[in-house]
Design a protein around this ligand. Structure first.
Ligand code: MG
Length: 404
């Protein structure tokens, strides 16, 4: 059977839980991993087979309406259904909204609902379900009234008294679970006041229906704990990307005699200083441009124009601190900075330790992630003639991957 022959279905996602067991401040379905909320990852997975989907409804807690609308921005799905105290009751509300669309705020075409309509119920917190698994489940529904994905157990299962349960006879129940709509509704009505059921396949089995077990994948786990969040984020992959930025700066020596020169955020004794609108710290300027380059955010001249009087004589640490702030604002992390100073003099060797300490402070980066080297240009060119100093810097950062 090809994909186009698979039955079309209504999708219901109960997401009214307030479970914050995963450790975050938000209900887990609205926790962001790999750039999107868990609910959005789940919905986007189903959108890959949207030609098979007749309608999508998410059951939410009314208190989460804003979180929900942010999470589904740009998706064309039916309006949410308001949940209730238990998952079972929330699913029931979802079924009601499908059977009696006029009762909800939605505009579902009720003529789309038939006696043999299939409904898939899927946990919001299982974003890692595979398209293959969903298709296997749908294939089972061409002959069955109820089916659920299950995963094999890898660990030996024992009771508190170390009674070993034969794991080859046991399965871990997952979602989606698929049902013929009217049969599921009958089962829900039959056990309306029984809150002992934790899933819908259980209701169907208790009603005497065969529930077809369809082999799923262990990666389709339900995100429950903080550890699950980390695993899911890794499996969703490519959570960060690496960026590199390059900075280059030159300043000429002031012909007037001086006592100090500003380099790498500190004053070191020297007979000449550099000319510039700010403190002319050529190292910090190159570092600033390297960081801005890595996030594609212009350059030091755009952010701090020399025409602006407020930067006259400014401590260039301000520029670096602003660039670091911009990296952090994008969720970025500086991995390392490598700097080369090109000058015949002064020799920076005796001051290198102090410079590194200062750079480490300004960059909020351990000193062992900062390279600071100096070289001459062997008497060649303007640096060789002692007319000025050049600094080059390379910054490597990571940024969260934003593409979906
Ligand atoms: Mg400069």
């Amino acid at each position: 059977m090809s994909k186009t022959d698979l039955p079309r279905f209504h999708l219901l996602i109960p997401a009214a839980g307030s479970g914050v067991r995963a450790g975050g401040a938000l209900p887990k379905q609205y926790t962001k991993i790999a750039g999107k909320t868990i609910l959005r990852h789940t919905l986007d997975k189903f959108m890959q087979i949207q030609d098979l989907i007749k309608s999508i409804r998410v059951v939410i807690d009314p208190a989460h309406a804003d979180l929900y609308h942010d999470a589904i921005a740009g998706l064309a799905i039916e309006p949410p259904v308001m949940g209730a105290g238990t998952r079972k009751q929330s699913v029931y509300n979802g079924l009601q909204s499908l059977c009696h669309p006029e009762r909800s705020e939605g505009s579902l075409d009720s003529s789309a609902l038939h006696q043999n309509d299939i409904i898939l119920i899927h946990d919001a917190a299982r974003p890692l379900v595979s398209i293959d698994s969903i298709q296997s489940l749908l294939l089972a529904m061409t002959t069955e009234k109820a089916a659920t994905l299950v995963a094999p157990l890898a660990d030996t299962i024992v009771g508190a008294d170390y009674t070993i349960h034969d794991r080859t006879k046991l399965n871990a129940v997952q979602t989606p679970q698929a049902f013929i709509m009217p049969d599921l509704l009958v089962a829900h009505n039959r056990f309306k006041n029984d809150d002992s059921f934790t899933d819908d396949a259980g209701l169907m089995a208790a009603s005497g229906h065969n529930v077809q077990l369809v082999a799923g994948e262990r990666t389709n786990f339900k995100i429950t704990t903080a550890e699950d969040l980390i695993m899911a984020e890794r499996l969703l992959g490519n959570t960060t990307e690496t960026r590199t930025g390059f900075g280059y700066d030159v300043h000429a020596f002031d012909p007037a005699p001086a006592d100090n020169i500003r380099l790498g955020g500190i004053d070191i004794p020297f007979t000449r200083k550099l000319l510039g609108h700010s403190d002319a710290d050529v190292i910090l300027h190159a570092v600033t441009d390297a960081l801005l380059g890595a996030i594609g955010d212009g350059d030091i001249g755009q952010l701090f124009p020399p025409s602006d009087q407020q930067w006259k004589g400014a401590d260039s640490a301000i520029f670096v601190i602003e660039a670091v702030k911009r990296v952090h604002a994008k969720g970025g992390k500086i991995i390392n900075i490598d700097i080369t100073l090109i000058a015949e003099s002064p020799k920076i060797g005796p001051y290198r330790g102090r410079m590194l300490t200062r750079l480490s402070d300004i960059l909020q980066l351990p000193a062992d992630r900062i390279g600071l080297k100096a070289t001459t240009s062997e008497g060649l060119g303007y640096t060789g003639r002692g007319e000025g100093i050049v600094a080059q810097a390379v910054a490597t950062i990571t940024l969260p991957t934003t593409s979906s």
